[in-house]
Write a protein that binds this ligand. Structure first.
Ligand SMILES: Cc1ncc(COP(=O)(O)O)c(C=O)c1O
Length: 380
């Protein structure tokens, strides 16, 4: 059976050029970047090159990049590190109710520790409102975290406007850019963010590596103690193999970004056209004009997401509900819940499609055909 992978927001395969660079590195480079001899200096050079590339990819300084084990650690370092460092300035923090759990759960932990949290909601557009941010801001607000692009629906959040709002406020501004980095040009100055999280395995790099951008003036309370790596913000011998792979993934991304986004849009348009031509009843969740082209959350009235996903998998189509899977059953999506309310059937009948560079328009035709077949079978 030919399988079609449409779950790139969960993770992407490793790009062949990345795999090549990593294989070479694995066989030939092993120096510890902290060692002062030849081997160490060679590794340090590669590390510096990678840091330079990461920094330039978001218009930041070399010294503002902290390599982490991925998006989750970058978010945790940004949130706990910044909130603890500023706890003498206030106890109020703000985030949105549609964040990834790597942001929501740290906020819940801080709430349990006595911080006051405002969770901004969204309307069915999938986008938080700047007025809500403004209304939530208080003199004692010390931290605001709003994601750049939502991982379940693909909706861009109004970061520039929030950045402007916060320009004269004491609150530190963090964004989880894990889903945006591969599809949007990111400029930390234009967004006016102080902290920004990125992960490698969403952009055809290896898993277990990412970075936190930290504006130089922003202070963090350290989370990991040990050696002097990452200017002491994140001690521990650097994962040079993964960083080499990540670097190559960013190089390829820089080269291919334009054609990738065009390709994603074509795939989106083809899938929707093919669904229409088969008279399949569906609705794209959220406002279409405000989303990235590679993620699409679609509601199929009358379907049950768990059974639908299982049947799609049996037919070789790998998609996801976009929400957490606990002990084999799917929790209703907290993102769709925020958009539509607890009782909306969309919470039980929506599927996330997320496209990648290897997907073809022919695959969209096959996917639509299989979706039709399954719906007909399940709905009699
Ligand atoms: C928006 C968002 N933030 C954070 C993460 C976590 O990143 P990582 O898997 O690198 O820890 C993900 C991964 O799904 C994500 O989509």
């Amino acid at each position: 059976m030919t399988r079609i992978y449409l779950d790139h927001a969960a993770t992407t395969p490793v790009h062949p050029e990345v795999a090549h660079v990593m294989t070479e590195h694995l066989s030939n480079q092993y120096g510890n970047p902290s060692s002062i001899h030849h081997y160490g200096r060679e590794s340090k050079k590669l590390l510096d090159e990678a840091r330079n590339l990461m920094a330039s990819s978001i218009n930041a300084d070399f010294s503002s990049i902290i390599f982490t084990s991925g998006g989750t650690e970058a978010n945790n370092l940004a949130i706990f590190g910044s909130v603890y460092a500023r706890s003498n300035k206030g106890k109020h923090i703000i985030t949105s109710s549609i964040e990834h759990h790597a942001v929501l759960h740290p906020f819940e932990q801080l709430e349990a520790e006595g911080f006051e949290v405002t969770y901004l909601s969204v309307d069915p557009s999938g986008v938080i409102s700047v007025e809500d941010v403004q209304a939530a801001l208080r003199e004692d607000t010390i931290f605001v975290s709003v994601m750049t692009v939502n991982n379940e629906t693909g909706h861009r959040q109004p970061l520039e406007e929030i950045g402007e709002l916060l320009a004269d406020h004491q609150a530190v501004f963090h964004t989880d850019a894990v889903q945006a980095f591969g599809v949007e040009k990111i400029d930390v100055d234009a967004l006016r963010v102080d902290l920004l999280s990125v992960s490698s395995h969403k952009i055809y790099g290896p898993k277990g590596i990412g970075f936190l951008y930290k504006r130089n003036e922003v202070d963090l309370k350290r989370r990991v103690f040990g050696g002097e790596q990452e200017r002491k913000w994140r001690s521990g011998t650097e994962n040079t193999l993964a960083i080499e792979g990540f670097k190559q993934a960013v190089n390829v991304l820089k080269r291919d970004m334009g054609q990738r986004t065009e390709h994603y849009q074509k795939l989106t348009d083809t899938l929707l056209k093919e669904l229409d031509e088969r008279f399949i009843v569906y609705e794209v969740n959220g406002e279409d004009s405000k989303k990235v082209p590679n993620i699409m959350n679609i509601s199929f009235p009358g379907m049950d997401v768990e059974i639908f996903l299982m049947n799609l998998d049996l037919e070789g189509i790998a998609v996801s509900s976009g929400s957490a899977c606990t002990a084999g059953s799917i929790d209703p999506s907290h993102v769709l819940k925020a958009m539509y309310g607890e009782e909306d059937p969309k919470l039980r009948n929506s599927i996330r499609f997320s496209f990648g560079i290897d997907n073809t328009e022919e695959e969209m035709v096959v996917a639509a055909e299989k979706i039709k077949k399954i719906i007909e079978r399940l709905q009699g």
